[in-house]
Structures are given as structure tokens and as C-alpha cells.
Design a protein around this ligand. Sequence first.
Ligand code: TMP
Length: 208
Amino acid sequence: MTGFFITFEGVEGVGKTTQAQKAFDLLDGKHPGKVIMTREPGGTSSGEAIRNIMLEAGNNGIDGMTEMLLVFAARRLHIRDVIEPSLKAGKIVLCDRFTDATFAYQGGGRGVDEKLIAQLQDMVQNTLRPDLTLLFDAPVETGLARIGERSKPDRLEAETISFFQRVRRSYLDLSQRYPERIRVIDAARGADEIADEIRTILRENGLC
Ligand code: TMP
């Protein structure tokens, strides 16, 4: 039995983490002990340390190329120690962000050459790709207003509106390139309506 790999993507403040948790609860109820929830950058103890370097406000020297190398270093550990063993054990893996975020943030947002990202993707992941990606899409201003209500912004959250607009554009471009994998969810709606749509998508994929 092979597992199923689902990723959650979108610009900050679109509610993806809340919806990922709801999806976890739903799936875990149907397949007890066979669903894991993880995140990137992170997912292993060294990966979480890399996440801190990447997101700590004040780490000003880190440019787009460095961010790309950091997230792929964390991703290698995450795939080797968590994602692949879980998929091999037949589990459903839910991951809050994955490589589409590198194309969107480092590629679209920072202007890193997409070919370099694609090369690292092949090197680190071989043929591993998500089976399904839920892309939460809403106007950038909506998401940023939501995170503004939370805590002090981290290094990426402190970026400009135009940065996040490039990130959003780049995510939408990816969804057009991979329509069979990436489902765009209108995240400007209420949480219950979004959760219903996700339940339908999971059902279409035979997961609940
Ligand atoms: P979040 O998922 O908790 O919003 O925070 C993760 C941050 O890391 C977010 O600002 C996006 C950023 N990120 C990248 O820039 N590239 C990546 O490849 C990944 C996985 C995340």
C-alpha cells in the first residue's frame, strides 16, 4: 500500500493552517493512526532550527538564493526522516507548505531563477511530488490584515504588499500549469464553507 501526500499552500493569513488541522481531524477520524500532520520549513528538529534561521526577524543578510538552499536542506531531512517513511507505511501525509512555496516565494517573490529551484527539486525529491495540493487564494490585503491582528511579524511577514502579490501570482501560475494536482480554494469565504469544499475534494480522492 502506498500513502497519499497532500500539501496546503497560499499567501500568509489565508487560513490554510486552520483548514489543514480540520482536514487532519476529519481524515484521522476515518483512518485512525494513519494520518500525519507536518509542516515546512520544519517537520524535523533540525528542520525546525532551519525554520528559525529563515524566519527570525533581524536575519537581514539572508537573500532569496540562501532561503532556497535553507528550505531545501530542511526538506531533504523532512523527506528522508518523515515523509517517505510515512508514505511507505501507507499513511496520509498532510504538509503545511512544500515546494510550491519555494517556487512562489523564492522564485516569484525574490526572483530566484526557477530552473535552479527545479534542479534542487529533482535532486532532493527525485520523483516525489504531492498527490494533491490545496491552494488557498484570497486578495493579499485580506490575508495581511488577518496576520496583522496576530503577533509581531516574522522576517517574511514583514515583506511588502508587492512581494506578496508576486507570490500570489506565482501560486496561481503553478495552478494553471498543474491543474490536475493543484485545487484552488477561494479563501475569502467563511471557514465552514471552505471546510465543506475540502471535504468534497477529499471524498473525490477516495480519502473519506
Ligand atoms: P507559515 O507557513 O507558517 O506561514 O510560514 C512559513 C514561511 O516560510 C512563509 O512565510 C513562507 C515561507 N516559505 C518559503 O519562503 N519557502 C518555502 O519553500 C517554504 C516551505 C516556506
